[in-house]
Design a protein around this ligand. Structure first.
Ligand code: ADE
Length: 242
């Protein structure tokens, strides 16, 4: 997978991409990140990428030319792909980002993430370049970079070969539709705080049931909205009604 990011602040991504799983994923050739400063594409003689809004009003608007040209350039390199890259605009008006969307995007060969600043984007960028608009939450950030990091991170960890233990992506909170059960490690007794006996029992079937119930309990207590979307088994229902 190739993740291309168009931003005016490429340095913001250096920290994320040079640590931990995202660093290892690049070393294992599971992913490449291509961070492009779209100011490099501007034809404006003062290097500007924004301008005043037609019709007046406050704030500046990102002009179409540098974004169109940067995306065209990135797409040239994508000629050999089976499918054209997804071109994603980060903005507060976008579709709310979820684990399901991360899973969908992880099937692509190339993602192009566009990070805006200023008051907004020229609408022609939306109309003619963009395949998806994504928001990472109902709040307004100063720019799309943090959203692009969220997507790059959540998609990369789903790519085969990226996590050491493939299982961990499968049992994650959200990919099962439930929040994850509690984890414990050694010591079994930490200053009088004991690990639940069931986990020390070696009884795999019982442990599996306990974990399922803990996930259900946690989701019920914290995120009833998630439970409503699930087809729970009869055993799950019984446990929740107890
Ligand atoms: N840019 C500004 N706010 C944003 C948000 N909530 N999600 C994605 N991009 C943004």
């Amino acid at each position: 997978m190739k993740i291309s990011i168009l931003t005016l602040f490429p340095e913001m991504f250096q920290g994320l991409f040079s640590h931990s799983i995202l660093k290892q994923a690049q070393e294992k050739n599971v992913v490449t990140y291509d961070v492009v400063n779209f100011r490099d594409y501007t034809e404006d003689r003062h290097n500007r990428v924004d301008d005043y809004p037609y019709g007046g009003g406050g704030g500046m608007v990102l002009t179409p030319q540098p974004v169109f040209d940067a995306v065209a350039d990135l797409k040239k390199g994508a000629d050999s792909l089976k499918k054209p890259p997804r071109v994603i605009l980060l903005c507060p008006q976008g579709e709310p980002y979820t684990q399901k969307k991360a899973e969908e995007l992880s099937e692509e060969e190339q993602l192009i993430l566009i990070c805006g600043h200023y008051e907004g984007y020229d609408e022609r960028i939306r109309e003619h370049l963009i395949t998806d608009e994504i928001s990472i939450g109902d709040y307004v950030l100063t720019g799309g970079e943090i959203g692009a990091m969220v997507i790059a991170d959540s998609v990369t960890r789903l790519l085969p070969g990226s996590l050491g233990n493939e299982q961990s992506a499968v049992t994650d909170s959200h990919s099962t539709g439930l929040l994850e059960y509690p984890h414990y490690t050694r010591p079994a007794d930490f200053r009088g705080l004991r690990v639940p006996d069931i986990l020390l029992s070696g009884h795999h079937k019982k442990i599996e049931t306990w974990r399922r119930q803990q996930s259900l309990k946690r989701t019920y207590e914290r995120r009833k909205d998630m439970l409503k979307k699930l087809d729970l088994t009869e055993t799950d229902q019984k446990y929740l009604n107890e």
